[in-house]
Design a binder for this molecule. Structure first.
Ligand code: ATP
Length: 316
């Protein structure tokens, strides 16, 4: 696998599109101080995913975009592409030529592309895994790293030798495996916690299920008893209803009999009233006659007073 070319546009001092072809076994880039030689290395490291901005000799991501000069305005976008030859199929892809690009816009948006298709940084990292083309490998060395190697900062010499000997891959894999193991252990712990919680919940659920069962059996019993009670009440009600019905019939009969008696007695009373009226009229006549006789008697008695004594004595 070989880096074939490098295309830079709007990155640091490269305002215009610049293509660097690396066709020979060894390519040297020479130029005066400050012309941008190290910026090329920065560009390469940036595309392969360098995220430590200090390593790219900048303070923030915006510093990576061409910020203008006396004669021209700054750029709105930094864009770098690396093209690799993959004839030996070291990269796990069917393409013989693989181009990876990274873009960063002034508004903060960024984008990775793999053979001109949008992708994630992880896709690029996965593709270049085990090839030595990573941001922390020693296949692409920037100036500061040379200093680090000389001073053996943070065991950098050992790391470089391990990479050269192919050990670092296994170290990385071991580290990843360890991380996976830790994560799995954490998952196991979490599962144990969950199992504990579930078994607690299970006990509660079992007790609730028993209560629910008991509740249903009591409810069914209550239903049966209620039905029986309603049946018995209905029978009682029926009997009472029939008794009351018979009683009512008797009472109606009694009322009818009483009404007959009342009407007979009424007729009698009417007849007696007529008879009484008739007697009163007779009595009135007798009274009248009696009064007339009394009147006549008084008249006679008066006449007797005025008669001569001798006549009166003989008369008496
Ligand atoms: P030396 O030989 O001294 O190491 P060099 O050729 O490696 O130098 P670099 O360090 O690659 O040079 O480039 C530094 C130049 O890049 C400086 O002139 C700096 O102004 C310019 N530069 C850095 N960032 C930007 C930017 N965002 N926009 C424009 N120019 C930039």
């Amino acid at each position: 696998m070989r880096l074939k070319s490098l295309e830079i546009k709007g990155f640091k001092s490269f305002a215009d599109k610049t293509v660097i072809n690396l066709d020979n076994q060894i390519t040297g880039i020479v130029g005066p101080n400050g012309c941008g030689k190290s910026n090329i290395v920065d560009a390469i490291r940036w595309v392969i995913g360098e995220h430590k901005i200090k390593t790219l000799r900048s303070d923030n991501l915006e510093d990576l975009i061409f910020n203008g000069s006396k004669t021209r305005n700054g750029s709105g976008l930094a864009e770098v592409s690396l093209t690799f030859e993959n004839t030996k199929n070291l990269l796990p892809t069917e393409f013989n030529i693989v181009t990876i690009s990274r873009k960063f816009y002034k508004n903060g948006e960024s984008e990775y592309r793999l053979n001109d298709v949008t992708c994630r940084l992880k896709d690029i990292t996965n593709l270049f895994m085990d090839t030595g083309v990573t941001s922390d490998s020693y296949s692409i060395i920037e100036l500061g790293m040379v200093d680090d190697i000389i001073k053996d900062k943070e065991n950098s010499r050992r790391r470089m030798l391990e990479q050269a000997a192919g050990i670092s891959i296994y170290k990385t894999r071991k580290k990843e495996a360890k991380q996976k193991l830790d994560a799995t252990e954490q998952d196991l712990n979490r599962i144990e916690d969950l199992l504990f919680e579930i078994s607690n919940n299970l006990r509660t659920l079992e007790s609730q299920a028993k209560k629910a069962e008991k509740y249903h059996s009591i409810k069914n019993e209550y239903k049966d008893v209620s039905v029986e009670f309603v049946k018995a009440s209905l029978e009682d009600f029926n009997t009472t209803y029939q008794t009351l019905n018979t009683q009512q019939q008797h009472e109606v009969d009694a009322i009818l009999a009483l009404e007959t008696v009342i009407s007979t007695e009424g007729a009698d009373l009417e007849a007696q009233k007529l008879a009484l009226t008739k007697r009163e009229e007779e009595l009135h006549l007798l009274q009248k006659t009696f009064n007339e006789v009394v009147g006549k008697l008084r008249t006679l008695e008066n006449e007797k007073v005025f008669l001569p004594k001798k006549f009166s004595t003989s008369m008496s």
